[in-house]
Design a protein around this ligand. Structure first.
Ligand code: NAD
Length: 489
């Protein structure tokens, strides 16, 4: 028997009203790097969601009446406690999700800590508006109050990172929450629950209900006492959530998929551009909503770019995620791996060329990882813009490289998908960078860099990539209800 079989399975429990409570049925959760079941996740439904919403409602009066400073101190304490256990959290995230230990250590968990610190501080600095109307003898001002119980639903790609990006602003603003992490990556959320009491988070302020989207998630979306849903995940699920929440007129924030272009002009600094674009294509196995999957290269540098890009991609080592020298870990599930692979086959059938990776290079895995869900970074060229590989979100280590001639042409082609989340533009020409950035249909545009975020500024997508923005001011506005008050003197 493998280690996972000989060891007791990790069994998670829901966290409701400050207590861990077992569930009547469970879902198997796999270690993506070995293919073994190693954990059991509660298969919650209406009943568990009902109990969690009740606990959150009961906790609301006390939590919402605390001062921002009191809430700030509690959030900071929670950040310190997660940071203290950073290594344990990183190990757990890597095992549960398949991501490399290096990525979990340097990106996921530090960012989860930062999310709490950031919103702990930002909540202290908001100012509301005030206007005067002397001819009417009036002043007007706005006041903001927490909304109530927030429903938070997060995906599997950046589990604790994205969940805390919702929990932190929600509770900083004085709401109480019921969170539903992805059924595939629930462990770090459960670990965080163990720290809440010590941090001083009162019972019922943060409740976590584990389980499937269609069951636990939907019960939360349909609950009449949850006026607001913050969701990060796929566009398809967002459509379903929109439909199901419509009868209740819920407030929705939807952070969805992407098909993000990189536009590389012939004056780009390739020594910066190539390693960054390899990273933006393959970081976290390409399982980041912000990953690049369509690379447009100006014709004059196309062959040189392709040669150097493929050589750089081949340097990325795929293997055991807990090996600190590994760059590409395992994909989230067997089904997802098969889906990603099927896109490469479709591209080949359409006449595209696979330059490295899947089906081209040998994938050598350590003995313990033979049944894991691994795939090499894959570069596809000569693929048509209308191909599904250029139109649909693949969400794996696959990127397409194509040539373009003019600025006008590339803007049109870059905008020619249903998504509009993030883009990168590479050029030394300041004027061009501004012109192109303004015309791209994209919630975020990075020029000559990727994934550099200031949490103060809005984050979110256009078109099928989402509705609403999150960030210091945007999250504050989303998680509070505003009132305009007029005083006549
Ligand atoms: P998903 O939509 O399948 O699931 C996301 C979450 O929604 C999970 O917790 C799932 O259980 C839940 N869910 C599923 N069906 C539901 C329903 N009917 N009602 C309520 N909840 C339901 O997405 P995923 O596969 O976990 O994540 C990958 C997707 O997330 C990709 O499309 C990716 O681009 C997107 N994503 C977007 C961002 C962003 O910030 N824009 C960030 C990360 C990931």
């Amino acid at each position: 028997p493998t280690m996972a079989h000989s060891q007791a399975l990790l069994v998670l429990e829901n966290f409701i009203g400050g207590k861990f409570v077992p569930c009547s049925s469970y879902i198997d959760s796999y270690n993506p790097s070995t293919g073994d079941v190693y954990c059991r996740v509660p298969d919650s439904g209406k009943e568990e969601v009902e109990a969690a919403v009740k606990a959150a409602k009961d906790a609301f009066p006390i939590w919402s009446s605390k001062s921002p400073l009191e809430r700030c101190q509690i959030l900071n304490k929670l950040a310190d406690l997660i940071e203290h256990d950073l290594e344990a959290f990183a190990q757990a995230e890597s095992k549960d999700q398949g991501k490399t230990i290096t990525f979990a250590r340097t990106v996921d968990i530090p960012r989860a800590v930062h999310n709490f610190r950031f919103f702990a501080s930002s909540i202290l600095h908001h100012v509301t508006e005030c206007t005067e109307m002397p001819t009417m003898g009036c002043v007007h001002y706005t006041s903001r109050a927490p909304v109530g119980v927030a429903g938070l639903i997060s995906p599997w790609n950046l589990p604790l990172y994205l969940l805390t990006w919702k929990i932190a602003p929600a509770i900083a603003c004085g709401n109480t929450v019921v969170a539903k992490p992805s059924e595939m990556t629930s462990v770090t959320a459960w670990m965080m629950c163990k720290l809440l009491e010590k941090a001083g988070v009162p019972a019922g302020v943060v409740n976590v209900v584990f389980g499937m989207g269609g069951k636990a998630g939907e019960a939360l979306v349909c609950h009449p006492d949850v006026p607001l849903i913050s969701f990060t995940g796929s566009t398809l699920t967002a459509q379903r959530i929109t439909e199901r929440s419509a009868p209740h007129c819920k407030r929705l924030s939807l952070e969805l998929g992407g098909k993000n272009p990189a536009i590389i002009f012939d004056d780009a600094d390739l020594s910066q551009c190539i390693p960054t674009t390899v990273r933006s294509s393959f970081a976290n196995q390409g399982e980041i909503c912000l990953c690049t999957s369509r690379i447009f290269v100006q014709r004059g540098i196309y062959s040189e770019f392709l040669k150097r890009f493929v050589a750089e991609a081949k340097k990325w080592k795929t293997g055991n995620p807990s090996d600190p020298t590994v760059d590409v870990g395992a994909l989230i599930s067997k089904e997802h791996l098969e889906k990603v692979r099927s896109y490469v086959k479709k591209a080949q059938a359409e006449g595209a060329r696979v330059l490295c990776g899947e089906g081209v290079d040998p994938l050598a895995l350590p003995p313990g990882n033979q049944k894991g869900y691994f795939m090499l970074p894959t570069v596809i060229a000569e693929v048509k813009d209308e191909s599904c590989c250029m139109q649909e979100e693949i969400f794996g280590p696959v990127t397409c490289v194509v040539a373009f001639d003019t600025e006008e042409e590339v803007i049109k082609r870059a905008n020619g998908v249903k998504y509009g989340l993030a883009a990168t533009v590479w050029s030394g020409n300041v004027g061009r960078v501004h012109r192109v950035a303004h015309r791209l249909q994209s919630g975020l545009v990075w020029t000559n860099c990727w994934l550099v975020r200031d949490l103060n500024l809005p984050f979110g997508g256009m078109k099928a990539s989402g509705i609403g923005r999150e960030g210091a001011k945007d999250s504050y506005e989303f998680f509070t209800e505003v009132k305009t008050i007029t005083i006549k003197h």
